[in-house]
Design a protein around this ligand. Structure first.
Ligand code: PMP
Ligand code: GLN
Length: 386
């Protein structure tokens, strides 16, 4: 008999852990798991050191250090004209991952349905299942990943409790349009459904695109939980500082779950996070330029070896159509690429409830130093000669 509880027995190991292990085994360049391989900004490191030296080393208040909640309130006001009370509407959690889990555990009852766009970020479905909820999927199709109003409306019914909207979207790079968000907002209000928005890539948006946030649409402030975190914007995925912005009643429910999962995240890093979320607009402009050139470099490198990348509007990922290459599926391709070509990518079938929907795709991360991307481009040339 297995000791493992049924609630986790079906989960397996995350695809990120699996592909990073395979990349390490073959000394492949890891364009799989999305983490920067370059240094964090000095202002982040200095702020963290200063916080520890100032002996901010004991528990933070469970809903987050007040200065950080205040800075987050200012940031959402400055960027999105969202009014949030730092005491009743903002909670600091252990990364967006805990924010997602606490939101779902705090708001979803057994039997409730939760609408999820697929391909999905891998923690949504396990969180829904551990809460006893039922995921209902809307499949985004390449190359445009757009939403059909009628098809989406069909997923809403009187059991629907929540819809999860991840924009900019991992892994497709889709940035939801104002029209699409308007459609979601109308459906939520018609059916009395809550929305959880995962906006961890809010500042990684390219070209003429603009990140729009659902919480600022008419009628949505009362029913939206907006989630973001430091990891992507400030190149510190290991810091795990995330937050929710939600009306008091929803914040209360999230807090109930959060207080017994972690109580609070790392206090000195919360203090350092104040410096991060208080950065001036120039920081974000530079970030966009920095990532635009990395995206363009990898797009060109992929195209030059006969791959078919789908240019992302946001995030630091590129989805590639591999369906013409003759591999059995995405897992076979990514294993071959990692072990024989020396470049790791993520097989997106892990992000679909029906894995065959991702069988013709592969996801590459470009949050890497120029020299890492150049070395990967070099190795990818081997694809041409077989
Ligand atoms: N949501 C998405 C879409 C992500 O890509 C990630 C990245 N890991 C997360 C949430 C988790 O963020 P964090 O590292 O802040 O927990
Ligand atoms: N968000 C990262 C990605 O999509 C990885 C997250 C993780 O490793 N859990 O690649």
């Amino acid at each position: 008999m297995s000791y493992m509880a049924q609630r986790v027995a079906g989960f397996g190991t995350t695809i990120f852990t699996e592909m990073t292990a395979l990349a390490n085994e073959h000394q492949a360049i890891n364009l799989g798991q999305g983490f920067p391989d370059f240094a964090a900004p000095d202002f982040m490191k200095d702020a963290a050191i200063a916080a520890i030296e100032a002996d901010i080393n004991q528990y933070a208040p469970a809903n987050g250090r007040p200065r950080l909640r205040q800075a987050i309130a200012q940031k959402v006001q400055d960027f999105y004209a969202v009014e949030a009370n730092p005491d009743t509407e903002i909670t600091v959690l252990h990364g967006a991952t805990e924010a997602i889990f606490a939101t779902i555990l705090g708001l979803v009852n057994p039997g409730d349905e939760v609408i999820v766009f697929e391909p999905f970020y891998d923690s949504y479905v396990p969180a829904i299942q551990m809460a006893g909820g039922i995921p209902r999927f809307y499949t985004l199709r390449p190359p445009n990943w757009q939403i059909d109003a009628g098809e989406l409306a069909m997923l809403f019914n009187n059991k629907t409790k929540l819809i999860i909207v991840n924009t900019p979207h991992n892994p497709t790079g889709k940035v939801f349009t104002e029209i699409e968000l308007g459609l979601i907002a109308n459906l939520c209000q018609q059916h009395d459904v809550l929305a959880m928005t995962d906006e961890v890539y809010e500042h990684l948006v390219f070209d003429e695109q603009q990140h729009q946030t659902l919480i600022s649409l008419p009628g949505m402030a009362a029913r939206t939980i907006m989630i973001s975190s430091l990891g992507k914007t400030f190149s510190v995925t290991g810091w795990k500082i995330g937050w929710t912005v939600a009306p008091p009643e929803l914040t209360h429910a999230i807090f109930r779950a959060h207080q017994f999962m972690t109580f609070c995240g790392a206090a000195p890093l919360q203090e350092a996070a104040v410096t991060a979320v208080s950065q001036p607009p120039s920081f974000y402009h530079e970030l966009t330029e920095f990532y635009t050139s990395k995206r363009n470099f990898l797009l060109d490198a992929l195209k030059s070896v006969g791959l078919r990348p789908i240019a992302p509007h946001g995030t630091y990922f590129i989805m590639v159509d591999i369906s013409h290459l003759g591999f059995a599926n995405d897992v076979a391709f990514c294993r071959y690429l990692t072990s024989k070509i020396g470049v790791a990518a993520i097989p997106p079938s892990a992000f679909y409830h029906n894995p065959t929907d991702g069988a013709g795709l592969a996801r590459f991360a470009f949050c890497k130093e120029e020299k890492t991307l150049a070395a990967a481009a070099n190795r990818l040339q081997r694809l041409k000669t077989g």
